[in-house]
Ligand binder design. Structure first.
Ligand SMILES: [Zn+2]
Length: 198
């Protein structure tokens, strides 16, 4: 027996989630249809609102619902100190460590030309504009130790060569590249205190 068109459409839609194949998608769709239609309606509404309403911060590319994200809009934060991370999840992890008082720049990816991710795709032209405008004193690299993370860090180092911007790197031993969220706050706080100039 085949699913009816609407049920099949719902199952197919769930497979856009990471790690969700057809079987899990069917389980989710059936669960909502059988037992939780109210939850399903709520999910649909929340998805619609978030997909339309969540944009990118004009300054740091983090998720934002206005022009600027809460960190960039906060005058008590050091706006000249910029931690470069690959994903918004990294920002949340660092914020939860409570150690950092600067702002961020969120790449939403890593340099990976083979996957079509060049400097512009990850906003490095925008970061360069901010460097050239003299609005950044220090860049803290938290792009991780994968090949892509290293390539991204290297590109940024070349970008700031000859400027007054100092560059440091958070202590090694922290798995990164969208994985910061799995590191506990104390370890992250330690990594920030132990950052080294590069
Ligand atoms: Zn921002």
């Amino acid at each position: 027996m085949k699913h009816s068109p609407l049920v099949q459409g719902l199952i197919d839609a769930f497979t856009c989630l990471p790690g969700v194949g057809p079987r899990s998608a069917q389980r989710m769709a059936y669960h909502l249809l059988e037992r939780n239609r109210e939850g399903g309606r709520h999910l649909a509404a929340a998805l619609g609102q978030a997909m339309d309403g969540v944009r990118q911060c004009e300054r740091c590319r983090n998720f934002a619902e206005g022009g600027l994200c809460p960190v960039c809009a906060d005058s008590r934060r050091d706006q000249g100190q910029v931690c470069v991370v690959s994903s918004p999840a990294d920002v949340i992890a660092i914020e939860q460590s409570g150690e950092y008082r600067g702002r961020y720049f969120v790449l939403l990816g890593q340099l990976s030309p083979i996957d079509g991710m060049g400097p512009r795709q990850i906003g490095l032209d925008q970061l360069e504009e901010q460097v050239q405008a003299g609005s950044i004193n220090e860049i803290i690299l938290a792009t991780g130790t994968t090949i892509e993370g290293e390539a991204t860090a290297h590109y940024i180092l070349e970008m700031v060569a000859g400027t007054a911007v100092t560059v440091s790197r958070i202590a090694q031993g922290v798995p990164m590249g969208g994985e910061l969220e799995f590191v506990d706050g104390a370890t992250l706080a330690h990594a920030f205190r132990g950052r080294r100039p590069v």
